[in-house]
Write a protein that binds this ligand. Structure first.
Ligand code: ACO
Length: 320
């Protein structure tokens, strides 16, 4: 049995927060943010929208597009670093309840911006082992709830949103996920972390941006080189290169080092900012809805985030 990527969906919160919002509140400029990050605006969830609500909306679309019923889903995995509740219940449980699904396994994954790729590999393992048939994977983030808006060096980077996908069992090898590789290195844990865990000490994200930037460029590049070499893939075998959307300069540096053409690169960071685990599925949804992603197209995913964690995936899009 193989695992195939059957559908994609996303939820884009309505409120647009432009760079001017930050200019009005702190010592920064639209020029600095645009030049250093490539970000012009990001989406912000409303006060009464939680991460599970964003994930639920994205899931409904992915389920519909996969042409399955909620009863067909036998596992839910939600990647998030901004869960509704810090410890329990998991955001996956809350999404399951909103979807009206009970009595199946539902769990969260914490792998920061690599979360969606981690969820994808976990789904693949459950399917290839024969244990599950239709897995709902979600990357959902309300990062505005953990961003420190007094820290001008990080707060302008992040936005809210969610993406979801259905990964299904198939006997058709042409639809199969080709390869996924996920890694972690806890020795670099202090580069990106949310240290506070009490109500007296809110859980705000901290990042050593400049150091993280350099490691991100190196790791994202070498990770792609490894997965491409291992599977004997050449650049022309890739239809869409969909990297984590952290900073346009990172995407450009990695894309240039790997010599991908502009038509192959997917870039959404200007309008959504960094949405951590939601960034890759939101980008896949963007190209799907614009007609750029078609059935059978080969996707190359490449992610990097806190942990540190990183991962890449080679897979055809098997949706309609
Ligand atoms: N406005 C104006 N000036 C600023 C701002 C701001 N918002 N923020 C920082 N500066 C200043 C700094 O104080 C510094 O001034 P100095 O030279 O007088 O000391 C100067 O700008 C340069 O700062 P750097 O930190 O060196 O800027 P850099 O070019 O590295 O850009 C950024 C910062 C955008 C954060 C970048 O480092 C980055 O994108 N890092 C990586 C992000 C990433 O990939 N994270 C991993 C995934 S996220 C996750 O897992 C949740």
């Amino acid at each position: 049995m193989y695992a195939s990527f059957k559908s994609i969906g996303a939820y884009i919160p309505k409120e647009i927060r432009t760079n001017q919002w930050f200019v009005d509140r702190m010592d920064t400029s639209d020029e600095w943010i645009t030049k250093r990050t490539g970000i012009s605006e990001r989406r912000i969830a409303s006060e009464n929208e939680n991460t599970s609500d964003l994930g639920y909306e994205a899931s409904k679309i992915a389920i519909k597009r996969a042409q399955i019923n909620v009863e067909d889903i036998d596992l839910i995995i939600c990647a998030t670093i901004s869960p509704d509740y810090l410890c329990m219940p998991s955001t996956a449980c809350l999404i399951a309840e909103k979807l009206g699904i009970r009595n199946i396994m539902a769990l969260d994954i914490s792998a920061a911006c690599t979360g969606f790729v981690y969820a994808l590999q976990t789904a693949q393992a459950f399917i290839q082992s024969g244990m599950k048939k239709n897995v709902l994977i979600i990357g959902a983030e309300k990062l505005s709830s953990i961003v420190d808006y007094s820290d001008r060096t990080t707060c302008m980077l992040f936005g809210d949103g969610a993406g979801a996908a259905i990964i299904s069992a198939t006997e058709d090898k042409s639809e199969a996920i080709v390869d996924i590789q996920c890694s972690a290195d806890g020795s670099l844990q202090d580069l990106l972390l949310t240290p506070g865990i009490t109500s007296a000490e809110p859980s705000f994200m901290q990042m050593k941006g400049n150091e993280t930037f350099k490691i991100a460029v190196r790791t994202l590049t070498s990770d792609v080189q490894k997965i491409m070499e291992k599977n004997n893939f050449k650049n022309e075998d890739i239809d869409l290169f969909i990297p984590h959307q952290a900073n346009y300069r990172i995407i450009k540096a990695v894309g240039d080092a790997l010599k991908f053409e502009d038509e192959q690169k997917v870039v959404t960071v200007a309008k959504y900012g960094n949405t951590s685990s939601a960034s890759i599925p939101m980008a896949i949804n963007d190209v799907y809805e614009s007609g750029r992603l078609k059935s059978g197209d080969m996707m190359l995913l490449d992610a990097f985030g806190g942990g540190l964690t990183w991962g890449s995936a080679l897979l055809p899009f098997s949706g309609k």
